[in-house]
Design a protein around this ligand. Structure first.
Ligand code: HEC
Length: 244
């Protein structure tokens, strides 16, 4: 028995170090909050403007997103549907499958990325692009080195270069210390942080849409249980009245 426990413990500790070794960049906190509806709406709009051309979120329908995020039919058609898709369609990418040939890797479906990679990873990734002339598309990323995605948000963020101080590649450095802004974007640093957070928030919702419902229904379940407790209490009294 002791042997089993030690083996399990060793395996656990080993897994811990292996995981720590695989990321050498400190992720920034996304502070994504799926109950912030305004943030989800902005995130959806940004997502459909900047990401949906390449990435699908194939388990979602436009109508589901609109109703979850309290968007009207007009807002849905103007902010989310650009591809000529019908509101009831699944959210596929505008790009053909063969786009892998253009980028070197196919843009993956992002339905479950918030679950597999985590919200902080997505948030940090969106803020970690920098110019690197040695890369085919001229962009590199400290969170996902040699990623074949260009910085699609560069007009908003501006153009970052790797900071010349500190160690190369920003290993172990805080995200915000790794870069210098070479060209200003249309958004201030704080506004771009909000952009990245909103998109991350939207993808976090996409990863688990039921989380929204759970929050809405939670309070009703609570009241139901409270009511039930009261009823059962009264019932118990009824049953035991003759005994006592
Ligand atoms: C021009 C096409 C294109 C656009 C637009 C685009 N991406 Fe990508 N994205 C890619 C490609 C290609 C990859 C695969 C990178 C690799 O594996 O090297 C990728 C990878 C990713 C990944 C990593 C997924 C994983 O688990 O490996 C995330 C997250 C991501 N993109 C998010 C976004 C977001 C958010 C947007 C919008 C702000 C966006 N992408 C816009 C092409 C694109």
């Amino acid at each position: 028995m002791t042997k089993l426990i030690t083996t399990l413990l060793a395996a656990f500790l080993y897994a811990g170090t292996a995981m720590a070794a695989s990321t050498n960049v400190l992720l920034a906190q996304s502070e994504a909050n799926v109950s912030d509806e305004a943030s989800l709406q902005r995130g959806a709009s940004l997502y459909f403007n900047y990401c949906a051309g390449c990435h699908s979120i194939k388990y979602m329908r436009y109508t589901r997103i609109a109703s979850d995020l309290n968007l009207s039919e007009d807002q849905l058609m103007n902010n989310l549907v650009f591809t000529g898709a019908k509101p009831g369609d699944l959210v596929t990418a505008a790009m053909p499958e063969s786009s892998a040939d253009w980028f070197g890797a196919a843009p993956p479906d992002l339905s479950l990325t918030a679950r597999s990679r985590g919200s902080d990873w997505i948030y940090s990734y969106l803020k970690a692009f920098y110019v690197d002339p040695s890369r085919p598309l001229g962009w590199n990323n400290t969170v996902f080195p040699a990623a074949s995605m260009p910085n699609v948000l560069w007009d908003r963020q501006g153009i970052q270069t790797l900071a010349t101080h500190g160690d190369e590649g920003g290993h172990g450095m805080r995200l915000e210390d790794q870069f210098e802004l070479a060209v200003e974007g249309t958004r201030t640093a704080a506004q771009f942080t909000q952009d990245a957070r909103d998109i991350t928030n939207f993808l976090t919702y996409v990863g688990e849409p039921a989380a929204l419902q759970r929050e809405k229904y939670g309070i009703w379940v609570f009241f139901y249980l409270l009511l039930l407790t009261g009823l059962l209490y009264v019932l118990k009294h009824e049953y035991w009245r003759d005994v006592h």
